[in-house]
Each structure stands twice: as C-alpha cells, then as structure tokens.
Design a protein around this ligand. Structure first.
Ligand code: MN
Length: 311
C-alpha cells in the first residue's frame, strides 16, 4: 500500500443511529453524509484526495443523555470501522465520544484507537453547555495522552444564552459565518488558560477553519494575557506547541499565510469539511496557494501522516 499523499481530516458522515434519532431529512447533503462508499470515493477521486479521516457530523453525541450517548457513539464508531475495513486505503476515522459520561468517553476512545485503529477523536464543542476545560472531562484528555492520539475540537452553535444576546436579530450569523468561530475560539483559548497543557504536556489538539482566527489574534492575546492570567509559560507558546490547524472550510490565501507565519509550516494540514465544502474547490485552492511545492506537500499530507502516524 503506497502511503497517502493527500489527506483530509474534517470529513463527516452520519451514522444510522444518530440520523434516526435526529430525524434528518433526505437532502443532497444528507445523502453524502449517509454514504461511506462509492459516492464519497468518487468525489475524493475527482479532487485527488487519497485518504479521508472520517468523523460524525455535528452535533454527534455531545448533547444526548449519557446512556444514549454511550450506545450511539459505540454504534457510530462500529459503522465507521466497518467502512474503514472495506476501504482501508481510502478511509480512516476519528472516534465519536460519549462526553456526557467522561469515564465512558475515555474508554470508548481507547476502544476506538486500540481495537478499531482510529487515529484520535473529534469532539463537537460544548457538552450540555460545558466546555472541555471543565475538570469532569480530564479522564478524556488523560486517555488521549496515554494513547498518544490528538483530539479534534470542532465547532458547534454557541451556548443558547450567547445566541440570545449576540445573534437573536441576526440568526444567520449564529452558525458558520461567525457563531461557530466564536464558540471554538473561546473553547481552545479556555483550554490554554485552564492549565490543561501544564497537566498534560504531551496533549495534541487539532482545530479546523485555520484555527478559527487564532493565528490572527496570537500576538494581542499573548501581549495582554500574561498580566491578567499569569501562567507558567506565554499563551502563544502553549498554542504553538499543542495545536495543529486544518484548512477545513477556510480556503483563504491571506488566512493561510497568517497561519503559516504564526504556527509554522508543520502545523497546517489540508482539510475540506466535506460535504459542506467541495473537495474540488478545496484542492483547486490549495494547488494554487502561495506556498512552495515543498510546503504544499507538507500541508496536503506529510504533516497529517506524521501527526496521525499513518504509513
Ligand atoms: Mn466540520
């Protein structure tokens, strides 16, 4: 098996259990989310994407009651594993975790990585309104470090109270145009300030959408935060050491240039956010992006291969 050259890391599907629970309608996008075979592979081929690291679609199991979350996360991971088994050279997986029960989530992460061969897990933002810096979630980070796999922190709509105050009159802004970014940016910055990375110096976090504006903000946050929230190390040091960013849904040359300048070329990984964004559009953008061919190769696949230990 030749190693995959082009890897995309934020590519979604919907498992039958979660689809039924949410009563998803049969739309063209949902049909793509349902597919773990021909249709998905055809669109990968059209854009020269060798390997998708597949994950459940938002909101996964983060807001279910613990018992249902445990059951449906396990079923979701089993469905995905079966697809990976059928197409091992085209698909791999990030696990869905039943975060409402953190101990069970840690165990499911271990099962998904050790038994199913997944490369880490994706968490859809808030769990019943709580960010992951809440101490109750520590077992999940502890297990991720033990297994040496990254956790991908994915956007979800902001807390209802935030939506009410910030977006009531402009609901279109509450999701991908702005709300997702504010929610995930806040989430990742909270992880740093919480001291999580002092507790777990080997913890690896992936964030999509070129860091949800984090690279643009690093200087200012770093410059001011030191006085207000003293930490053993500078904010930007934690961020640059523990975070990897993907290009999911953010095909912007200027955002890419800023991300590379702040994070370094080894921390940026190609992704699409399929099927919400087009494989072809993402690949076309990356092929013309203002970077050297060497850097393009790192971003398209080499960085992901190293982080996810793919051969
Ligand atoms: Mn996504």
């Amino acid at each position: 098996m030749t190693p995959p050259k082009v890897i995309a890391l934020e590519e979604h599907f919907t498992s039958p259990g979660l689809r039924a629970l949410r009563g998803e309608k049969d739309t063209p996008v949902q049909r793509k989310l349902d597919d773990l075979g021909e249709l998905r592979i055809r669109e990968m081929d059209e854009a020269g994407i060798d390997l998708q690291i597949i994950s459940e679609n938002n909101p996964a199991t983060q807001n279910l009651d613990a018992e249902t979350a445990i059951k449906l996360a396990r079923a979701s991971n089993d469905v995905l594993h079966e697809a990976v088994r059928r197409h091992p050279d085209r698909f791999s997986g990030f696990a869905t975790l039943p975060t409402p029960d953190p101990a069970a989530a840690a165990n499911e992460l271990e099962r998904a990585v050790s038994k199913l061969g997944f490369r880490g897990a994706m968490i859809m933002g808030l769990t019943h309104g709580r960010f992951m810096d809440d101490k109750r979630f520590r077992p999940i980070f502890e297990r991720a470090v033990e297994l040496d796999v990254p956790l991908y922190i994915h956007p979800t709509p902001p807390h209802p109270a935030v939506q009410e105050v910030y977006f009531k009159e402009y609901l279109a802004l509450a999701v991908a145009p702005l709300g997702f970014t504010l929610e995930t940016l806040t989430h990742t910055f909270r992880l740093v300030v919480s001291g999580l990375f002092d507790e777990f110096p080997a913890l690896k976090i992936i964030v999509g959408h070129l860091g949800e504006t984090a690279p643009f903000l690093l200087w200012r946050t770093d410059n001011i935060l030191g006085e207000r929230a003293p930490m053993p190390r500078a904010f930007a040091e934690y961020y640059r050491e523990h975070f990897w960013l993907t290009t999911s849904g953010a095909f912007s040359n200027s955002a890419l240039t800023c991300s590379i300048a702040e994070m370094g070329v080894e921390r940026i990984m190609f992704s699409i956010d399929w099927p919400f964004m087009s494989n072809r559009a993402g690949r076309k953008w990356m092929d013309a992006a203002p970077v050297s061919d060497h850097v393009r190769t790192l971003i398209l696949g080499d960085n992901a291969r190293k982080l996810l230990k793919l051969s």
